[in-house]
Design a binder for this molecule. Structure first.
Ligand SMILES: Cc1cc2nc3c(=O)[nH]c(=O)nc-3n(C[C@H](O)[C@H](O)[C@H](O)COP(=O)(O)O)c2cc1C
Length: 202
């Protein structure tokens, strides 16, 4: 089993980095081959170019590497904070430049009703987010936009139906003990997801 783990957070000491490290460590302990990328540390350029608007593969070697790894992976992990109800621009750039035709989905000229031909069916999409907003306000006032962005607009669009997302909140009010418990939750999620994905393959 293979996993791609993508992090977008600029500060090495962040809780997001702690989640990233725990995901990668837990996957390795489960015997999963892990390809992990800290987008800021690797200097990823999040801006989609004019030549990437169509179906031609990118000329950027890092984009091609990320895309190859995503397509080879059974489990796709994405870790980022809630910034204005959206992923940071760095993660948005990954979505724009990596999750595109013809590999992540296809959009032939004769596609009926603009519906994509999905190519990532069967993969498992997992998202960890952090925020400083109470759950009630996030859901009822803001409408939890990250749930829609990931579950439907991104994974669902590409044929990925197996989905797990968890939001850790409120980070600014959290104690060290709470954050340690959150990391334990990440570990048990990973063990469960690897087990589920393994059964799905047999
Ligand atoms: C540019 C920016 C925008 C933010 N927007 C939101 C927001 O819309 N909702 C929210 O709950 N927190 C927001 N935050 C707070 C971050 O989500 C919070 O600092 C982060 O999740 C904490 O995790 P960390 O310690 O790993 O950085 C924002 C922070 C920044 C820097």
């Amino acid at each position: 089993m293979k996993a791609s783990v993508i992090l977008a957070h600029p500060y090495k000491e962040s809780f997001n980095h702690a989640v990233f490290n725990r995901v990668c460590g837990s996957l390795a302990e489960c015997g999963v081959a892990v390809r992990s990328h800290d987008l800021y540390a690797e200097g990823f350029d999040p801006v989609l170019t004019g030549s990437e608007l169509g179906r031609e593969p990118s000329s950027d070697p890092l984009v091609r590497q990320y895309a190859d790894e995503m397509m080879e992976s059974d489990l796709l992990f994405f870790i980022h904070p809630n910034w204005w109800g959206q992923p940071p621009a760095m993660m948005k750039g990954y979505i724009d430049r990596i999750i595109r035709p013809p590999y992540a989905y296809d959009m032939p000229d004769d596609a009926p009703g603009g519906l994509p031909v999905t190519t990532m069916d069967g993969k498992y999409g997992i998202v960890y987010n952090t925020s400083n907003t109470a759950e009630e306000r996030e859901n009822n006032y803001f409408g939890d936009p990250l749930e829609l962005i990931w579950k439907q607009c991104t994974f669902g669009f590409c044929g990925i139906e197996k989905f797990h997302r968890r939001m850790f909140r409120i980070v600014s009010d959290s104690t060290e003990t709470e954050r340690m418990q959150w990391l334990e939750t990440v570990e048990s999620d990973v063990v469960r997801i690897v087990s589920e994905a393994g059964k799905g393959r047999s």
